[in-house]
Design a protein around this ligand. Structure first.
Ligand code: 5GP
Length: 117
């Protein structure tokens, strides 16, 4: 999958489209999902241009990869959902139901998340 510079998250990263920011650092941006599927629904994206989870792990450097996942944990702590629980999801490609082709992690929490099926 070739990276589409005009995908919606690339536009958010370039600040061409606003987002409801939760956390940002050198490598990552976290913001509220526009169509939340739970009381808390945050999306986390690396600033590195990558299409999927696998594409991110293959192409980003280790510093970036470690920083991104540490930021996921930081946001979980900031949202105070570490003890009550949460679900992390990353949809990849066609069969995974990925709509936006920039790798992202969904953080769902704030209530009991239903079963996957
Ligand atoms: P995917 O299906 O690719 O895993 O998830 C894409 C997510 O991005 C969806 O949950 C959708 O609601 C969210 N989304 C799509 N467009 C926008 C947008 O412009 N702003 C925000 N904050 N979220 C968006």
């Amino acid at each position: 999958m070739v990276y589409d510079e005009n995908n919606i998250f690339a536009k958010i990263l370039r600040k061409e489209i606003p987002c409801d920011k939760v956390y940002e650092d050198e490598f990552s941006l976290f913001f509220n999902d526009i169509n939340p599927q739970a009381k808390i629904h945050v999306l986390g994206i690396p600033k590195f241009p990558c299409t999927t989870f696998s594409n991110f792990l293959k192409n980003a450097d280790n510093k970036n990869i470690i920083s991104f996942f540490k930021s996921v944990q930081l946001v979980i702590k900031d949202l105070e959902i570490e003890n009550s629980g949460y679900r992390l999801i990353t949809n990849s490609g066609e069969n995974g139901g990925q709509e936006v082709p920039h790798f992202h992690i969904h953080i769902l929490a704030g209530e009991k998340i239903g079963s996957l099926r």
